[in-house]
Write a protein that binds this ligand. Structure first.
Ligand SMILES: *Cc1c(COP(=O)(O)O)cnc(C)c1O
Length: 856
């Protein structure tokens, strides 16, 4: 029978229990175990059955149960205490407050992302990008950084993964009812839902706004499933990364343009300051800049070029992948349809939009509009997510700044981190509190006291964690086999799956090709021997979702499942369907070793290994992403890479062979090397070392501090400078850019005099330099003339360059200018120098920014 109407009846809490409402909807419970205890103690069985979901638990309580709780004085006192703790957390001056006393800081920062992974009850993520965004918001909350998150509300999230009998991935899309989630609809003063509108080709799109509260940080999620829209409009936000092409573009238009409109309504309603910085977490939200330009043009008597200077100054763009398929590219015709004619943004004609995403460089596709390229062009500050990824991105995008050395490409790096209170198992946190005297594991202090944890205690806890994982795995394996059609009676063997005494290796991540899920299957016989070794067995837990449209990924999963289905092996290797936050929180702590074997250098950072490390696991990984930066020889193992071997098959052969060797001769050997008390002393020293040295580095609080100090605060300063005195600097910079753009066609270094070069030059010698330059109409103050020096390679090119500015000498009667200075010879070997002319303006953040340079 179908209901003819559906109501949502919210639980009305009796007076003494009212604070439970906020405790359930403020997502701080997801990283605060004491708040979870409170909910659990209401009814432990139901808490488990409802997947530890506070809103669902409260909704399940009958009025009798509520009354009983309300008259339980001890419980009411705990509610009051938990509520007081939350209020203290929300109001305590955080790290940011201290920073604000020392320097100008942004009043607010908007953080745009297509996905947010905060808790299992709000599945709005597909993988690392979303989890990172969630950890970013949580850590901003911990530190008191005034961020507001903007995303989309996906009614079916990504998807739930199951397996067919043959091991083929099956996707399910259970519908989430926002009313059952820790979300509230943003309403105006008259209590009507706030709606934003935007123009799509041929129709208008309307969206409402859900608000989640992540500690102190609000997260606004746009939802197009409203009555005003036609069927296609209503479905637009149903699935994360669901549609291809056009649907994806419309989602991104909603996220970027609609997101800015939602923010404006949010500020009006709450009185919160408008953001001074806009952080675009990957390219999906890039259209936010077009909306901001349009706002500036229509409200402030600025033209598009002037508005663009303001937007660029206050934007931060983070690129997350060197994999071309991971970058959103749309057809130029699609962009024309979206930003031309009737749905054009006021003040932003489509002919000015197209060049922003144009791949107008070698190897680029003229029919394509590239979201990452637009992101880079519209932000004065950009970054990759590990040192290696920063370098790879500088190479990858260097053509956007022609004429510059790779090292000068203005893309820096900030290495990702993880939110420790979310990811460290409670047993480990308790141990840190007890032996290290830590109040919280989220800060960088106190990790030097890790060696105070006694070895036998550390080992006992690791065993408990392994055992907890073993139970969770058996439950999941049983459930999966039932879904695959097995009868309960044939599943007796499941009780023997995995062994809490055996070396446990974890491998879980999305399944794009470059992550090489099946590298370990390269030599199945060799893997079989490792798993079944009578003395030193290994067991492996594997998990991961493939994008629904990725048949190759699904084939890899099937190979893995079929291998793990082998009755001889299934006690030692399992594939768990539906990798998600809930599984991850058991998996990382329960593993002894976290394996990662991507094709270098495609793993931009990787964060699962950091989460494993925080729980005392050792990493066994290809030197890619964060591991390339922080592997130190004692915190795990580096799988040797066959970089430069072009033949992929051969490379996989070499790298998998190295992996088997390492597991056999180093990892297993060390794990099973026990002293008279049964302790693997050497292993435990590595674990201690890992916690002690990696602990403080991998924290998301470290990451958010880096973003704040290195990118947000400078971007806010730059944005303010642009706006001051009725946008004087923005107007001036726009005019300068136009002038310099034309003049640099003519700028020439005509002649360079060098003095002081001896027959046998030595390090430390000084060379005096005089450069005679033709500036084509620019003034001497409009340019920076500098000496560039460094090593000279076989092709006579300068590499590893250093620059030193020359000072303005004099203007010569023939119209040339002389610039003077000197260089110190800084290296032995092939040393060389040249002189170059660059644009100079106080509104520029880096010399390379305009992509203009004239070399001698
Ligand atoms: C951390 C995490 C990821 C990302 O892991 P990578 O190492 O970056 O691949 C993906 N999914 C879940 C559920 C996670 O917790």
């Amino acid at each position: 029978m179908k209901a003819i109407r559906r109501f949502h009846v919210r639980t009305v809490l009796p007076e003494p229990l009212v604070p439970l409402g906020e405790l359930a909807t403020n997502l701080r419970w997801s990283w605060h175990p004491r708040t979870r205890d409170l909910f659990q103690d209401i009814n432990p069985g139901r808490w488990r059955a409802l997947h530890q979901d506070p809103v669902a638990l409260l909704a399940s309580l009958s009025s009798d149960e509520l009354q009983a709780l309300a008259s339980d004085e001890a419980f009411v006192a705990r509610v009051a205490e938990a509520s007081a703790s939350l209020q203290r957390y929300l109001t305590a001056p955080g790290w940011y407050e201290g920073l604000r006393q020392r320097q100008e800081c942004p009043a607010a920062i908007a953080y745009f992302s297509a996905e947010f992974g905060i808790t299992h009850v709000l599945p709005q993520y597909s993988g690392g990008l979303g989890i990172l965004a969630g950890d970013h918001l949580k850590s901003a909350s911990d530190l008191g950084v005034p961020i507001v998150g903007i995303g989309l509300f996906y009614q079916t999230g990504y998807f739930k993964q199951g397996l067919s009998a043959e091991g083929w991935q099956q996707e399910r899309y259970p519908i989430l009812d926002a009313d059952d989630l820790p979300l509230s609809l943003l309403r105006d003063a008259a209590d009507a839902p706030v709606k934003i509108r935007l123009a799509l080709p041929g129709r208008e799109l309307c969206a409402q706004i859900w608000r989640a509260q992540v500690g102190r940080v609000p997260l606004l999620l746009l939802d197009s499933d409203v009555e005003e829209n036609d069927a296609a409009g209503r479905e637009l936000t149903h699935r994360l990364y669901g549609g291809a092409g056009e649907q994806r573009l419309q989602q991104e238009v909603l996220l970027g343009i609609g997101g800015v409109r939602a923010l404006r309504r949010w500020s009006e309603l709450t009185g919160d300051p408008a953001p001074e910085v806009y952080h675009c977490n990957e390219g999906h939200a890039g259209f936010l800049s077009l909306e901001r330009i349009s706002e500036l043009v229509t409200q402030n008597d600025l033209d598009l070029d002037q508005a663009m200077q303001v937007v660029r100054a206050s934007n931060v763009f983070t690129t997350h992948t060197p994999v071309p398929a991971g970058i959103d590219r749309f057809g130029v015709d699609q962009i024309r349809a979206h930003f031309g004619d009737d749905c054009e943004l006021p003040g932003v004609p489509v002919d000015r939009v197209l060049p922003l995403g144009a791949e107008n460089y070698d190897g680029g596709d003229p029919n394509v509009f590239n979201m990452a390229v637009m992101g880079l062009r519209l932000a004065q500050r950009s970054n990759g997510v590990s040192e290696l990824h920063g370098a790879v991105s500088r190479t990858m995008f260097r053509q956007l700044w022609p004429g510059f050395d790779e090292s000068e490409v203005p893309i820096t790096s900030i290495t990702n981190g993880v939110h420790a209170p979310t990811w460290i198992d409670r047993r480990v946190t308790d141990m840190a509190k007890e032996y290290m005297g830590l109040d919280s594991v989220r800060d960088a202090e106190g990790w030097e006291r890790v060696p105070a944890i006694p070895a036998e205690q550390l080992w006992r806890v690791k065993r408990e964690l392994r055992e907890q994982l073993v139970h969770d795995v058996r439950r999941r394996v049983r459930k999966s086999w039932m879904r695959r059609g097995a009868a309960g009676a044939e599943l007796g063997w499941v009780n023997e799956v995995l062994d809490p005494e055996v070396l446990t290796i974890g491998f879980a991540r999305r399944v794009p090709t470059y992550k090489r899920l099946t590298l370990m299957l390269r030599d199945p016989e060799r893997l079989r021997r490792l798993l079944l070794d009578p003395e030193r067995p290994v067991q492996i837990v594997v998990a991961g979702k493939s994008h629904p449209a990725d048949e190759t990924g699904k084939k890899l999963i099937q190979q893995m499942v079929q291998f793990a289905d082998d009755p001889d092996l299934r006690r030692r290797i399992v594939f768990l369907p539906n990798y998600d936050i809930e599984m991850a929180q058991q998996l990382y702590p329960g593993c002894d070793v976290w394996l990662n074997n991507p094709l270098r250098p495609f793993e931009a950072c990787g964060t699962s290994g950091m989460k494993a490390a925080l729980n005392g696991a050792l990493n066994l990984s290809i030197l890619d992403g964060w591991w390339d930066e922080w592997f130190d020889g004692e915190n795990g193992w580096a799988i040797p890479t066959a970089d430069g071997v072009e033949d992929v098959e051969r490379r996989d052969d070499l790298e998998s062979a190295a992996l088997y060797d390492l597991i056999e001769t180093s990892v297993a050997a060390r794990f099973y090397d026990r002293d008279e008390q049964g302790l693997p002393q050497h292993w435990l020293r590595m674990v201690t070392h890992t916690l002690q040295t990696l602990g403080p580095k991998v924290l998301a609080t470290r990451m958010v501090r880096d973003y704040t100090e290195r990118l947000y605060a400078p971007a806010a300063d730059a944005g303010r400078a642009m706006r001051a005195d009725d946008f004087a600097q923005a107007r001036d910079l726009a005019a300068y850019r136009e002038r310099a753009g034309a003049a640099f066609q003519e700028v020439r270094v005509e002649h360079v005099d060098a003095g002081g070069v001896t027959d046998a030059p030595q390090v430390g010698d000084r060379i005096t330099v005089r450069a005679f330059v033709w500036l084509g109409g620019l003034g001497a103050d409009d340019v920076q003339v500098e000496v560039v020096h460094g090593r000279v390679n076989e092709d006579d090119e300068l590499t590893a360059v250093t620059t030193e500015p020359l000072t303005v000498g004099e203007s010569l009667p023939d119209g040339r200018h002389r610039f003077d200075g000197d260089v110190t010879i800084s290296r032995t070997g092939a040393f060389g120098y040249t002189v170059r002319v660059l644009p100079r303006h106080p509104g520029l953040a880096s010399a390379a920014e305009m992509g203009l340079v004239t070399n001698a």
